[in-house]
Ligand binder design. Structure first.
Ligand SMILES: N[C@@H](CCC(=O)N[C@@H](CS)C(=O)NCC(=O)O)C(=O)O
Length: 376
């Protein structure tokens, strides 16, 4: 059977999305560190940027970026990770953005600000990124230092710690109530939002010693979902009704969004909405100042600092165009709906406090060219 190679490491946030997608869709793969000669000499020149996950197919095709890896398989299989109803599709697409960008603060805080609990664990994993012939202690120290700085760029500064922890604990509580009722976000099968949220909730928050113990002690149903998302079988053994095991495989009927998920979305919206609106303004200003960028220019990771208020607290975080690359997919899907479907979607997003992000749009579109996200 043909086997894909997934370049990544266990603690990488973004690799968690591609890995879980491959596992849950029965796609054979082996995971390999990018610190190999083959990666440097053959894969990287085609990937164009050193980021993980990067996938190499049995035919030698190289796909860099988790969203592109998922889309590669989704487009061939008729989009099994997207329900057919417009409400559920757009909720999954918004959760795709939240998973990639909306939980970076708790993910980075619980990794980098608890050195006694986490550092020896992190050191082991960062050492696995050592290219042949280099000193692993030096490579690990360099990588860990860069990531500590990245945490600050995402807004993880001492004044923000208390709010980050309070919001994360509130999120764990509502997610725990949801996963006590349903095995996945929208029923008996994982969708795009599950594959994206698992990235922070496995790679960092469901695996590093400090946040793992928090999840295990405070949110056992969330912990079980994290396990489930990394197992090939449905793993829904605890869902039994009148002595009968659950039959997995279907999304919730009638395009419904369960109340327990509405509660989760409201909690996520608390900082996702103000940050997204502020990031759009910041990037649009930058686009205005850089109006002469040629088509095809690769995206910057961040273009300035977005400032916003969350529950009365001022926060700042790097404004990342990639957020809008993914968000544009939800917006395009919304724009293409018939007016009555649009109204149904607006009603549910309003209830979830997420409606404003549908109009957070950049003045310039983003596409992909040769494994890179680029300005069109
Ligand atoms: N948009 C990319 C982001 C991937 C990413 O940033 N991965 C991190 C590791 S979890 C990385 O490779 N960082 C190295 C860098 O940006 O230089 C994706 O979704 O795959």
């Amino acid at each position: 059977m043909s086997v894909h190679t997934l370049y990544g490491i266990p603690l990488s946030l973004y690799t968690g999305k591609a890995r879980s997608y491959l596992i849950k869709n029965g796609l054979p793969y082996r995971e390999v560190t990018p610190a190999t000669t083959h990666f440097a000499q053959v894969v990287l020149p085609r990937a164009k940027l050193w980021t993980i996950p990067t996938l190499e197919t049995p035919e030698g095709l190289v796909i860099r970026d988790g969203a592109a890896i998922v889309e590669h398989f989704e487009s061939r299989a008729g989009h099994p990770a997207l329900p057919t109803g417009p409400r559920q599709r757009i909720v999954h697409r918004l959760l795709d953005v939240v998973g990639m960008e909306g939980l970076l603060r708790p993910a980075m805080h619980y990794r980098w600000n608890f050195p006694d609990e986490n550092d020896s664990f992190l050191l082991h994993h960062f050492s696995a990124l050592t290219p042949p012939g280099m000193d692993s202690a030096e490579v690990a120290a360099g990588g860990m230092g860069r990531m500590r700085q990245a945490a600050v760029a995402f807004g993880v500064v001492p004044e923000a710690f208390e709010g980050i922890e309070a919001r994360y604990l509130a999120l764990l509580a509502v997610l725990d109530r949801h996963f006590a009722e349903l095995p996945y976000l929208l029923g008996g099968r994982p969708g795009l939002g599950d594959f994206s949220l698992i990235a922070p909730l496995y790679g960092h928050l469901g695996r590093d010693p400090k946040p793992l113990s928090l999840m295990q002690s405070k949110a056992v149903h969330v912990f079980r979902w994290v396990e489930r998302m990394n197992r090939p079988e449905p793993d829904v053994g605890e869902f039994v009704t009148n002595g009968e095991p659950m039959t997995p495989g279907a999304f919730v009927a009638d395009d419904e969004i369960p109340d327990t998920l509405v509660a989760v979305l409201r909690q996520l919206a608390v900082d996702f909405v103000p940050e997204t609106l502020a990031a759009a303004d910041c990037i649009n200003e930058w686009l205005e100042a850089n109006a002469d960028l040629p088509t095809g220019t690769p995206l910057e990771r961040g273009v300035g600092q977005a400032s916003f208020e969350v529950e009365g607290e001022k926060l700042g975080a790097m404004a990342q165009p990639y957020r809008f690359f993914l968000l544009a997919r939800a917006q395009a899907e919304f724009d293409a709906l018939a007016p009555e479907d649009r109204a149904r979607v607006e009603e549910v997003l309003d209830d979830c406090h997420l409606l404003p992000v549908l109009s957070a749009r950049l003045h310039r579109e983003i596409g992909r060219d040769d494994n890179r996200e680029v300005w069109l």
